[in-house]
Ligand binder design. Structure first.
Ligand SMILES: [Zn+2]
Ligand SMILES: [Zn+2]
Length: 218
């Protein structure tokens, strides 16, 4: 597998590294600043914004698992748009420790641009009932933090507030994520990790793999 990554690297497709280009940092900073401001203002204006947080955390945990599963198992690393993202997923399994060298802006710009921006805009502009507006907003905003919750599960040293969130299982605990690196057919969720035990018990990801294969082969 690392032969594929070496060949792609020669072709100019590199594994994510560093702290982000100037425009990547700008995109993340704007979306993050806007998201925090809207989260505070809307939660003060209507407490429904806080009430929906629990189900939203479950949904984001599932989405984090689905995206992770999709790029781990369904996309070949290549020069294509999706293939370039798969390069980072494949490399992470070959070199899990390298995640610590990838800055927040480098890992957050894709979800910020492709998920957070459109969903936050939709939550503001679409005529939705308030609870649904809150759900769409939080899914959009928190999605850009998923790479960071995953990265924190790999760091030897982490800030006390992050360690506390991990201990409370409000973000994924390192031991919960290690189960995926021990067996990369399970435990794909990397946000809170709440869904890993039930989905693994149901063999959900194996079932999804079977389903995708059946659809592809007709
Ligand atoms: Zn993986
Ligand atoms: Zn990992």
């Amino acid at each position: 597998m690392s032969d594929i990554l070496d060949q792609l690297s020669l072709d100019g497709v590199h594994v994510a590294s560093g702290y982000g280009t100037r425009w990547q940092r700008a995109v993340v900073a704007v979306v993050l600043g806007l998201g925090i401001s809207l989260a505070v203002l809307q939660s003060i204006a209507n407490p429904v914004f806080l009430w929906v947080l629990f189900p939203v955390l479950v949904v984001i945990d599932f989405l984090s698992g689905f995206v992770h599963w999709f790029f781990d198992t369904q996309v070949e690393p290549s020069r294509s748009f999706l293939g370039r993202i798969a390069v980072d997923f494949l490399d992470h399994h070959a070199h899990p420790g390298r995640t610590a060298e990838v800055g927040f802006f480098t890992s957050a710009w894709r979800p910020a641009l492709l998920v957070s921006s459109p969903l936050i805009a939709f939550s503001i502009l679409a005529p939705l009932p308030v609870w649904l507006r809150a759900v769409v907003f939080w899914i959009g905003f928190l999605s850009m933090l998923v790479p960071q919750t995953h990265k924190e599960a790999h760091l030897g040293k982490r800030p006390a507030p992050i360690a506390a969130l991990q201990t409370l299982r409000l973000v994924i605990h390192p031991s919960s994520h290690q189960a995926h690196h021990n067996d990369n057919t399970q435990s794909f969720c990397v946000f809170t990790g709440w869904l890993n035990p039930p989905l693994d018990r149901l063999r959900f990801w194996r079932g999804l793999e079977w389903l995708f294969k059946a659809v592809r082969t007709g």
